[in-house]
Ligand binder design. Structure first.
Ligand code: HXC
Length: 260
């Protein structure tokens, strides 16, 4: 399917989604949100698709933020009336149980940094720059920056980033725990696809479950999280893929997964 603001390619069991507004540094307007929600729903519904990668077109930006030009003239009360930005979490993050990776190829600022943090993990180009500069516009993060960034890098760096609006380079982002790997820009998409292919080759239910469990760590007490983990482990222990995985290990061969 053709979209106005994104490109979508299926590469085997991996869906590659590219935000494609390079002339605006891939700024996230409402059409980008609508297109991403649709593309991710198609990805989620297709049993042959197992992992997705989200990146930005061009070498300069993953996304330079929510579209400032779209927001500039919006009547103030509309933000609250429309619960502006709510759909990013409710229709994109929460509706996607399958794993997906952000491949950050340049500026990830404001909403761009926030969308990257919605992914299950971030692989960054060595040229990537992360920031929450909303304060300079007289606002604050609105798509999770104050919450997901603080959980990712802790209070000290999150406060520094949100209050000064400064950018973090890829090395600092990796040291701080915001990104899982840094790779040369030229290799970024290939490396992200390789990671996605590795995930796509895993037993599908186990992939869903591992994602669910790591996310639960941010929502629960330790006791509740440990109980949740044991129950999920016990459910997976009853699957055909667990029997196959353990048999394949003993027989020194690759497992063949059924997703049940
Ligand atoms: C709309 C944007 C944009 C954005 C860049 N552009 N960022 N358009 N929304 N967030 C457009 C520019 O207007 C320009 O268009 C073109 O992209 C190229 O950008 P330049 O500024 O000319 O490039 P450069 O000088 O290299 O500077 C790059 C940059 C800068 C440092 C990334 O563009 C920048 O600071 N952008 C804004 C970053 C930001 O504040 N993001 C947070 C947004 S607020 P033209 O037509 O002039 O060529 C947010 C949540 C807010 O995300 C929540 C509020 C409720």
């Amino acid at each position: 399917m053709d979209y106005e603001t994104i490109l979508v390619e299926q590469k085997g069991a991996v869906t590659l989604v590219t935000i494609n507004r390079p002339q605006a540094l891939n700024a996230l307007n409402s059409q980008v949100l609508a297109d991403l929600i649709h593309a991710f729903a198609v990805f989620e519904a297709d049993p042959a698709q197992r992992c997705a990668v989200l990146t930005g077109s061009g070498d300069k930006a993953f996304a330079a933020g929510a579209d400032i030009k779209e927001m500039a003239d919006k009547p103030g009360a509309d933000f609250y009336a429309q619960d502006f930005f709510a759909d990013w979490t409710s229709k994109l993050v929460k509706a996607t149980r399958k794993p997906w990776i952000a491949a950050v190829n340049g500026f990830a600022l404001g909403g761009g940094c926030e969308v990257a943090m919605m992914a299950d993990f971030i692989i960054a180009a060595d040229t990537a720059r992360f920031g929450q500069p909303e304060i300079k516009l007289g606002v604050a993060p609105g798509m999770g920056g104050s919450q997901r960034l603080t959980r990712a890098v802790g209070k000290a760096k999150a406060m520094d980033m949100c209050l000064t609006g400064r950018m973090m380079d890829a090395a600092e982002a990796e040291r701080g725990g915001l990104v899982s790997r840094v790779v040369p820009l030229a290799d970024l998409v290939a490396e992200a696809l390789k990671a996605a292919e590795a995930i796509a080759a895993m037993p599908p239910l186990a992939a869903l479950a591992n994602k669910e469990l790591v996310n639960a760590a941010f929502e629960t007490t330790l006791d509740q999280g440990l109980l949740h983990e044991r129950r999920v482990f016990q459910i997976l222990a009853a699957t055909a893929d667990k029997a196959e995985g353990m048999a394949a290990f003993v027989e020194k061969r690759a497992g063949v997964w059924q997703g049940r």
